[in-house]
Write a new protein. Structure first.
Length: 506
C-alpha cells in the first residue's frame, strides 16, 4: 500500500496529489496514495482570526475531503500531532513543503514524515537562490525579478522581448477612477453558492464560540470566495472572460461603493492551493493572444502573480525566519483596540472607516487600500510592525504567514530598512483624493494640515517625515519629502494636530 500523503489546508488543489516519478528521487505522493487532512482546532485558539476566513478555510478543507471520498481520512483534533497520530499511527507519511516556518518545523520534528518539494508556485527555491546569488544577494528588486522570471518561464514573451513591446505598462494602469462614477461598472465577479458543508461549518464555528471559548473578529456573511476546485475554476473563467479586459487602467483606483472593481478576487483560491499560478498566468496570456483583453490589463495581472506573488514567496524563504523581527524604524506603538476589533464606527476619517468596514464585512480589500490606507496608517502611527503583520495575517481571507511577512515588514512598513523596496510607501491625503472618492463627504479635508479639518493622513505624513527626517534625506527617492519640511512654516502646529484618528473634529 502507498505511503499516506498529508494535505495542509492550503494544499487543496489536484496539483498537490500529482504523482512524482517513482524511485528515490520522486517528488510527489504515490499514485492513489491515501490522503490525510487534519482540522486542528489549536490553530484557531492561537489567533483571533476573521470569522469569514475561518469559515472559508474549513469549508475548503471539507469540500476537498468530500471530493476525495474514501481516499481521504479527515481528522478533527486539537493539534496536528494528535490528528496525525489518529490518522496513521506510527506509519510513514509524506507532505509537500509547508508554507510557513512554523509548519515546516512541525513536520520536520515528526518521526516518519517525509517532506517533498513545495508545490503551488512557479519556481523551486533553488532557482531563486541561484538568481539571487548571481546578484550577490543584494538589490533583489521586484522589477529585476519580474523580467527574469518572464524570460525563465517564457511568460508573455515574443521571441526574446516582452509581449507588447514593454515589460511594464504601469503608465496605462494608474488611472484615477472615472470622474463622478460611484462604481466602475465592470461585470460582477463570480459568487459561489453555499451548500450543506458551509452550513455545518457555520454551526461548528458558532459552537466553538459558544462552548470552547474560541473568538473571532469580523463578520461571516454568505461565503464570497471559492472553497472548491470547481468554484475556483469558475472564478478564473469569469475573470479572464469578462473582467480582465478592464482590470489594468483602474487597478490602483479606489471607489467606496465598489470595493472589488475589476480585481480578480483569485488570491484566496491561489493561497488555498485551489488554483495553480501557472494556469492563471496562461489563461491571462491566452486572453491577450486571442484578442479578448489588452496587453496593459494582462501584463498588470501577470505582474501580480508571476512578478509579485512569486517574489514574495521566494523572499519569505530567502530572508529567513529572523526577518519577522526586522524593525529598522524602531516602531513599537501597540495597535489601537478599535483597529484590532475592526470597529469602523470608531473612526471619523472616511477612507479608513470605509476600508475597515470592508475588511470587517468581507475579510478582503484590494491592494491599494491595504497599502495606502491600512498600511500607511500603521506606518504613520509608528505601530509595531510585527503586530501589524499578525493583524493582516488574521484579518484577510488570503492572509498567510508567507504572504504577509514580506508584504508588511518589507513593503508596507519598511521595517527591513530597504531590503525589499527602495522607499517607505506613505502619502498625505492628496494621493487618496486623486486616486479615490474616499475624501468626498469626509469630516476632514485632504489639503488641510492644521486646524479643525486637518486630514489625519496629511498631518501623519508630515509627522512621519519629521520623525525619520535623516533617513528620508539620505534616500534619493524620499529626499524631496525631507527637504519639504524646511518649507513648512507651520510644522509645530502640524505636529500638534497629528494623531486624530478615532475622534471627530472638535
Amino acid at each position: 500500500m502507498s505511503t499516506a500523503h498529508w494535505l495542509f489546508g492550503d494544499q487543496l488543489g489536484p496539483h498537490f496529489l500529482t504523482p512524482g516519478e517513482q524511485g528515490p528521487g520522486e517528488h510527489g505522493p504515490g499514485r492513489n496514495a491515501p490522503v490525510v487532512i487534519i482540522e486542528a482546532r489549536s490553530v484557531f485558539r492561537r489567533r483571533r482570526f476573521h470569522r469569514a476566513k475561518a469559515h472559508l478555510v474549513l469549508s475548503a478543507m471539507r469540500h476537498r475531503a468530500a471530493e476525495l471520498g474514501d481516499r481521504a481520512t479527515y481528522v478533527r483534533a486539537e493539534t496536528y500531532r494528535e490528528g496525525l497520530r489518529e490518522a496513521v499511527g506510527n506509519g510513514p507519511v509524506s507532505v509537500h513543503h509547508p508554507t510557513s516556518y512554523a509548519a515546516l518545523r512541525l513536520v520536520r520534528s515528526l518521526p516518519g514524515v517525509r517532506v517533498l518539494p513545495a508545490r503551488g508556485f512557479l519556481l523551486p527555491h533553488e532557482a531563486f537562490g541561484a538568481w539571487a546569488a548571481g546578484r550577490g544577494g543584494a538589490r533583489l528588486r521586484q522589477e529585476d525579478f519580474y523580467h527574469w522570471i518572464r524570460r525563465e518561464l517564457d511568460v508573455l514573451m515574443d521571441g526574446g522581448g516582452p509581449a507588447g513591446g514593454a515589460w511594464n505598462h504601469d503608465r496605462a494602469n494608474r488611472e484615477p477612477p472615472p470622474a463622478g462614477a460611484r462604481v466602475l461598472g465592470a461585470p460582477a465577479p463570480y459568487r459561489p453558492r453555499e451548500d450543506d458543508i458551509d452550513e455545518r461549518v457555520r454551526a461548528d464555528l458558532d459552537r466553538w464560540e459558544r462552548e470552547d471559548g474560541i473568538a473571532f473578529v469580523g463578520r461571516d456573511g454568505p461565503r464570497r470566495f471559492p472553497a472548491s476546485r470547481r468554484e475556483a475554476l469558475a472564478a478564473l473563467r469569469r475573470f479572464t472572460g469578462h473582467r480582465l479586459a478592464a482590470f489594468g487602467p483602474y487597478e490602483d483606483a479606489v471607489l467606496a461603493a465598489d470595493p472589488v472593481m475589476s480585481h480578480s478576487l483569485l488570491s484566496s483560491s491561489l493561497n488555498l492551493g485551489l488554483l495553480d499560478p501557472a494556469e492563471c498566468v496562461t489563461a491571462a496570456e491566452e486572453a491577450w493572444r486571442g484578442g479578448r483583453a489588452p496587453i496593459n490589463s494582462v501584463e498588470g495581472f501577470v505582474r501580480q502573480i508571476a512578478g509579485w506573488r512569486e517574489y514574495v514567496w521566494q523572499l519569505y524563504w530567502y530572508f529567513g525566519d529572523d526577518y519577522r523581527a526586522s524593525n529598522a524604524l524602531g516602531h513599537c506603538a501597540p495597535l489601537p483596540d478599535w483597529f484590532l476589533a475592526l470597529d469602523a464606527d470608531a473612526v471619523t476619517a472616511r477612507c479608513l472607516a470605509t476600508v475597515l468596514a470592508q475588511v470587517r464585512d468581507t475579510g478582503y480589500t484590494h491592494h491599494i487600500p491595504r497599502l495606502m490606507v491600512l498600511g500607511s496608517f500603521a506606518l504613520q502611527r509608528g505601530l509595531d510592525p510585527r503586530e501589524v503583520t499578525d493583524w493582516f495575517h488574521r484579518c484577510f481571507v488570503d492572509g498567510y504567514d508567507w504572504v504577509m511577512l514580506p508584504n508588511v515588514i518589507g513593503m508596507s512598513q519598511y521595517a527591513d530598512g530597504g531590503r525589499m523596496t527602495t522607499k517607505p510607501y506613505t502619502s498625505g491625503g492628496a494621493y487618496l483624493h486623486r486616486m479615490s472618492d474616499l475624501c468626498a463627504g469626509c469630516a476632514y479635508r485632504p489639503t488641510d494640515r492644521t486646524g479643525e479639518r486637518a486630514c489625519p493622513y496629511t498631518t501623519g505624513y508630515w509627522s512621519f517625515a519629521h520623525r525619520h527626517r535623516a533617513l528620508l534625506a539620505g534616500n534619493p527617492r524620499t529626499a524631496r519629502a525631507a527637504h519639504g519640511l524646511e518649507r513648512l512654516g507651520d510644522l509645530d502646529e502640524v505636529l500638534r494636530t497629528d494623531g486624530r484618528w478615532d475622534e471627530g473634529p472638535p
